[in-house]
Design a protein around this ligand. Structure first.
Ligand code: AHZ
Length: 299
């Protein structure tokens, strides 16, 4: 292998420990013996134990995009005692944050949200009012790995929230008390089968960060309207970076008891502008949602 060289042409000392999984590749490579059933049971046991345990959670975060993941990281740091369950409809978590925008990979983050990158240890170039991460996937993969490493966080991907649990208290006040889930492939096939009943997760705090409208997006905002808890959607307005970013962060809140909105879902709920490919507001909205949730537990 060619030696690694630094920008100044000097050879770099390679301090990487040698974790080579193979002593030789001469055709005698062997794995530890295993039965197929062991593999099946290793997965089934953990997956269904998680479902069983998280049927009652403290916080459910709907959507693992930049807002939902930023929220999960902040909340898990603030509250290691809370059972935080992330439900993500796609196979690949990360939402739109694998690319910076318009299918181009660098990610722009407006100040002061760059502090979050320092917290994560993600490097960037400083351009004055904003910073640029060389590839959005560096941000998303770092954040995702740190969130998933938290002992109190679990994520169920390829799982869609297809309804909200809404309870009425003795005063007649409606409160969001959980989510109704299904494997996404099942949720997408309700029209082709007669009845495929869903699962439920109850939690005192639901944080919805499902993004702006799309095949799955703005899920909870739309459900609030069809459930009669909101008259009509505000609908996302045109692009205006200067107005959109502070509007999203400042409007991050508990929209109905038990349900907090974060990220671009708020633009559909409130009728605020989109900001295009700049991610400071997603980070700041996610972290603010964590503080709002913390306040609910403190009250
Ligand atoms: O798959 C969705 C995505 O990963 C997931 N999701 C949506 N509906 C769901 C449901 N159940 C479970 N019913 C669901 N998961 O939610 C995630 C949303 O991520 P996103 O990246 O679309 O939204 P965000 O608000 O975190 O970030 C928005 C990024 C944008 S859009 C935009 C513009 O259009 O101007 N600008 C920015 C920065």
């Amino acid at each position: 292998m060619a030696p690694i060289t630094l920008n100044n042409g000097q050879p770099k000392e390679d301090t990487t420990p040698n974790y080579d999984v193979c002593e030789n590749y001469d055709g005698k490579y062997r794995f530890a013996p295993i039965e197929e059933s062991q593999v099946a049971r290793a997965m089934i046991k953990r997956y269904f134990n998680t479902m069983y345990e998280r049927a009652v959670s403290d916080v459910v975060i709907i959507g693992a995009g930049s807002a939902g993941l930023s929220c999960a990281w902040q909340l898990a740091n603030m509250h290691p005692e809370l059972k935080i369950t992330i439900i993500e409809a796609s196979v690949a978590p990360g939402g739109g944050a694998w690319l910076g925008g318009q299918l181009m990979s660098p990610m722009v983050v407006r100040k002061p949200a760059d502090g979050f990158l320092r917290q994560l240890g993600v490097e960037y170039e400083d351009e004055g009012a904003f910073v640029v991460v060389k590839h959005a996937a560096l941000f998303t993969s770092t954040l995702l790995s740190k969130v998933l490493a938290k002992p109190n966080v679990v994520m169920m991907n390829a799982t869609a929230v297809e309804d909200l649990i809404i309870h009425e208290d003795f005063r007649g006040e409606q409160r969001v008390a959980g989510v109704v889930t299904n494997w996404t492939l099942v949720a997408l096939n309700h029209d082709t089968q007669s009845c495929m009943d869903p699962n439920t997760i109850t939690a005192p705090v639901i944080i919805s960060a499902t993004g702006h409208d799309g095949p799955m997006g703005a899920f909870s905002a739309k459900r609030l309207v069809s459930a009669g808890l909101k008259k009509e959607l505000g609908n996302m307005r045109g692009l205006d970076m200067s107005r959109a970013e502070p509007a999203i962060v400042n409007s991050t809140r508990e929209v109905v008891p038990g349900l907090i909105f974060a990220g671009m879902e708020l633009s559909e709920h409130d009728g605020s502008n989109r900001m295009g490919p700049t991610f400071g507001a997603m980070i700041a909205s996610g972290t603010k949602a964590a503080h709002v949730a913390s306040g609910i537990f403190a009250s």
